[in-house]
Design a protein around this ligand. Structure first.
Ligand code: GLC
Length: 420
């Protein structure tokens, strides 16, 4: 059947189309830069643009979280409308929440469906400044085939872990695999090192750098020992180059079949299982090894927010709700192994089939260790930077654990001055 328009109807249709066009906005968004972040973001934002008639511009941002933060701070200081939607690390709401709109009216009942702890983390002075996009926790990736070959169990303590990594490394190198490594992780001086080192320190009973009351607790023998232990891995089970590794560097080595163990976040699973991966079907994922105080997995994850200086807050918020929706998170979980922030998705059969380790991860995420961001508020980045620098000095042999944590305490007192 052919449709015939009367002149009146046609005029109405043209008017409506023009009105729609007049309202169409271009929304600028910063997507992540790690692994498949960009491709996933591109596909979903393109879809939203097609559905709504708006357009989306993807802005490239630096890789290191503190550089991204620095960029946002500049834009916010200038009240720039250049960026509408921004990605936020889980440790940032307290630092830049004042520059973000309250998403409560847009989220309506949706906020209740996410993990309450993340919603609480993203609520600053009663305002929901960020919608949870994905969550994560530090995990240990291991080569199932090599543990079997060397008849080793999955290590549970740091001590067992170092021995196992050394044994596999030695065996593989003897067999001609000269550049094979026991353990790859994030040892560069950046936020990722804070995440790694917090796990060593906490699991050895050395606390969380700053406790929940805001006291500086890092100057203690357990923390010192944990840093010295990690220093012992450099040049033994880990390459010297690990001092310059971020997530993607560690993944490159592991996925190329050149390491027995890797610490990383969930996104590395989908890639390790990819068609072009040398370790496809050879990888297991488990909790990080533990020390005297038990086991620790640093809490990570990213959120989406709308800048207060956006000229299109309604459209930007609509995009945020679209990208953080249960449907989109399910797809990202199945195809990219991103951990959803909807508890319900941890019982979803398709999600679990794609990511068998999500069953255990649910517990790990519930108990994941937050960095001391809420208590140190605006100063968190300085706290973290002081910690990763102190850690890096120990790892590179410029100082020892005891001196490093003492000096760090002094530095943190300066950062704190009277209060956080
Ligand atoms: C991951 C985590 C984030 C953390 C970063 C460190 O992106 O989600 O929370 O700060 O790694 O590199």
């Amino acid at each position: 059947m052919t449709r015939s328009f009367t002149p009146k109807l046609l005029a109405g249709a043209i008017l409506m189309a023009c009105a729609g066009l007049a309202q169409a906005a271009t929304i600028t968004i910063s997507c992540g830069t790690v692994g498949q972040d960009y491709e996933f973001c591109k596909r979903a934002t393109d879809e939203w643009a097609r559905k709504t008639g708006n357009s989306v511009k993807l802005v490239s941002i630096p890789t290191a979280p503190s550089d991204i933060l620095g960029l946002y701070r500049k834009l916010f200081a200038a009240k720039s409308s250049d960026m509408d939607v921004v990605t936020l690390d889980v440790v940032w709401p307290g630092m830049i929440g004042n520059h973000l709109i309250d998403l409560t009216p847009y989220a309506k009942d949706e906020a209740k469906k996410h993990f309450p702890a993340i919603i609480a983390n993203n609520t600053v002075k009663g305002k929901l400044v960020a919608m949870p996009w994905f969550t994560e926790a530090g995990m240990l990736y291991y080569r199932k085939d090599l543990l079997e070959k060397y008849k080793q169990p999955v290590p549970k303590t740091w001590e067992e872990f170092a021995k196992t990594a050394a044994a596999i490394q030695e065996g593989e190198r003897k067999a001609g695999n000269n550049d094979f490594q026991g353990y790859v992780w994030q040892g560069k001086a950046y936020e990722g090192l804070t995440c790694n080192a917090l796990e060593w320190v906490y699991s050895d009973g050395g606390g969380t750098i700053v406790d929940e009351q805001g006291n500086i607790t890092i100057n203690n023998e357990h923390a010192a020992k944990a840093l010295d232990t990690a220093r012992g891995w450099i040049g033994t089970i880990s390459p010297q180059g690990v001092l310059n590794y971020a997530e993607e560097d560690a993944r490159g080595v592991f996925q190329n079949g050149k390491a027995a163990f890797m610490r990383n976040w969930s996104y590395a699973w989908a890639l390790a299982q990819g068609a072009d991966s040398r370790v496809k079907d050879k990888v297991g994922v488990t909790t990080m090894p533990g020390g005297g105080k038990g086991q620790a997995a640093t809490l990570g994850g990213w959120q989406l927010s709308v800048s207060k200086y956006s000229k299109h807050p309604d459209e930007a918020a609509d995009l945020v709700m679209y990208l953080t929706s249960e449907r989109e998170q399910k797809r990202r979980a199945i195809e990219g192994s991103f951990n959803p922030t909807y508890p319900a998705l941890y019982e979803d059969k398709e999600v679990l089939a794609a990511n068998p380790f999500f069953t255990n991860l649910y517990q790990v995420l519930q108990n994941a260790l937050p960095r001391p961001a809420t208590v140190t508020g605006l100063k968190y980045n300085e706290v973290s930077q002081s910690f990763w620098n102190a850690t890096h000095e120990v790892l590179s042999g410029r100082t020892n654990g005891t001196d490093a944590v003492k000096k760090l305490e002094g530095r943190l007192k300066q950062v704190k001055r009277n209060k956080w």
